[in-house]
Design a protein around this ligand. Structure first.
Ligand SMILES: [Zn+2]
Length: 96
């Protein structure tokens, strides 16, 4: 029988309701009550948001830097082909 909570691991123990991981979680909830949910919220949910925000910021910064580098070197792209190449590069950066 599969664990009735996570529905992934096999159920264990006498009653065969929960797997070993979910049994442990249940014991922690019984012991610490709502603190368990607060900790999960703070650690898992919020830090994930923060991580994503940080990643987005890093990507934006990188794109800006690259765009700046490209516009600094605009004068080097003096032929038609080179200008097209520059436009392509800028378009690629925008897609990121
Ligand atoms: Zn489980």
């Amino acid at each position: 029988m599969v664990c009735s909570y996570c529905q992934i691991k096999p159920a264990e123990g006498y009653l065969k309701w929960y797997c070993s991981d979910c049994s442990k979680l249940k014991r922690l909830i019984n012991l610490h009550g709502s603190r368990v949910y607060e900790i999960l919220d703070n650690v898992l949910l919020r830090s994930e948001d923060k991580q994503r925000n940080k990643e987005l910021l890093e990507i934006k910064k990188e794109v800006k830097d690259q765009e700046q580098k490209l516009s600094d070197s605009d004068h080097l792209y003096d032929t038609k082909e080179k200008k097209e190449m520059l436009k392509e590069l800028k378009d690629k950066l925008k897609k990121k």
